[in-house]
Design a protein around this ligand. Structure first.
Ligand code: SAM
Ligand code: SF4
Length: 358
């Protein structure tokens, strides 16, 4: 048997990931690519079923204390008009999400310390009280104590992508942090009983198949409940403005191989993939993805949360976007999930605040 087929077979039989095997899978060509995507689709169906989870994302502040080289929200981007949503505005987007039938809201922002731990905890409590929705936070790196307060307030999940497992590249791209600090945050989140999401960008300058393989091994070792995998897209007001964007095919391959090694994780068809190619999200759903995150940020602000240009979801109204997603899912014969989309049970337990019993 040729090496690619032998490796694919061994993964399907439960062999643990090793770097060389992953590189072999990521080097798939021609028919091998189709075989890889078919296998990922099969594993997705067996691991998490056909239902697709819809999670409403609300981007409540584009202020950021950090200067990540790839991101349009970086603090040195003085061309970007900044905004912060007030509690009323955030809650009105949450009400809208609940009325539209979403079972999860994702609150995301730059690292904006003006939102104190108690302010965020108050928001989480209100969302729980008013609607009983599952709450995902994605606010970047904070202290263990802040994460604890939010978990105590009822937050169910936390999304903190590790971005790249290449330590040197990480340091270059995220000068305010280090891979070690990022991983420490991820361990805290797991310890505190969050359903924890990580993930990486694909096609960062200086990245190669070897380091992408380590991304997948890292996520498997962390036993993440979610993994956001999207292409790097250059933003004109960042130091990486002249870099090439990540490739569609390679991003889909990373997604597919991640699915093979994490059969029960939630893997979004990311907005970045939808931005890179009109059919990007459809392709992602066909090679491992089972989540879509429609944007419920108020219309006047959405175009200011510009982490990369031409973000796919800045023009459409949420109702329009939802109709399109439902049409896409109908085309793929994939139902919309009705439950809260709790990831697999893991040994850390969920404590008394887990509302995700769907
Ligand atoms: N500030 C938080 C953090 O960094 O974790 C959350 C918000 S941040 C904008 C969300 C994600 O945007 C990051 O995890 C990163 O992967 C992604 N992102 C930022 N700039 C990007 C770019 N140019 N291309 C693709 N993804 C990008
Ligand atoms: Fe800030 Fe997150 Fe953008 Fe980095 S990726 S500049 S932390 S918003």
């Amino acid at each position: 048997m040729e090496r690619f087929s032998a490796v694919l077979q061994s993964v399907l039989e439960g062999k643990k990931p090793d770097r060389e095997d992953i590189v072999t899978l990521l080097s798939a060509r021609g028919n091998q690519v189709a075989a890889l995507f078919r296998a990922a689709d099969h594993v997705r169906r067996a691991g998490v079923g056909d239902a697709v989870h819809l999670r409403a994302i609300i981007e409540f502040s584009n202020y950021c204390r950090n200067n990540c080289l790839y991101c349009g929200l970086r603090r040195d981007n003085r061309r970007l008009p900044r905004y912060r949503l007030a509690e009323k505005e955030i809650m009105s987007s949450v009400d809208k999400a609940a009325a539209m039938g979403f079972r999860t809201v994702v609150l995301q922002s730059g690292e904006d310390l003006l939102y104190s731990a108690s302010y965020i905890a108050g928001l989480v409590e209100q969302i729980k009280r008013r609607h009983g929705l599952a709450v995902t936070l994605s606010l970047g790196e904070r202290s263990r104590e802040e994460y604890r307060i939010w978990r105590e307030a009822g937050a169910d999940r936390y999304l903190l992508k590790h971005e790249t497992a290449d330590e040197k590249l990480y340091q270059y791209l995220k000068p305010d942090s280090s891979l070690q600090i990022r991983l420490q945050c991820l361990y805290w989140l797991k310890e505190l009983g969050y359903q924890t999401g990580s993930g990486n960008m694909v096609g960062l300058p200086g990245q190669n198949l070897d380091s992408l393989a380590v991304d997948i091994i890292l996520m498997r070792n962390l036993d993440v409940d979610m993994a956001g995998i999207g292409p790097f897209l250059p933003h004109p007001a960042t130091p990486l403005k002249d870099a090439e964007p990540g490739s569609l095919e390679l991003t889909l391959k990373i997604l597919a191989v991640t699915r093979l090694y994490l059969p029960q994780a939630h893997l979004p068809a990311t907005t970045a993939l939808g931005t890179l190619a009109p059919d990007g999200r459809k392709m992602a759903l066909s090679c491992g993805a089972n989540v879509i995150m429609p944007n419920l940020t108020p219309a006047g602000m959405r175009d200011k949360y510009l982490i990369y240009p031409q973000k796919a979801d800045i023009i459409e109204e949420p109702h329009q976007a939802l109709d399109k997603i439902k049409a896409l899912l109908a085309e793929l014969a994939r139902p919309v999930a009705r439950d809260y989309g709790r990831a697999k049970i893991f040994s850390g337990g969920y404590g008394s605040h887990d509302n995700c019993k769907g």
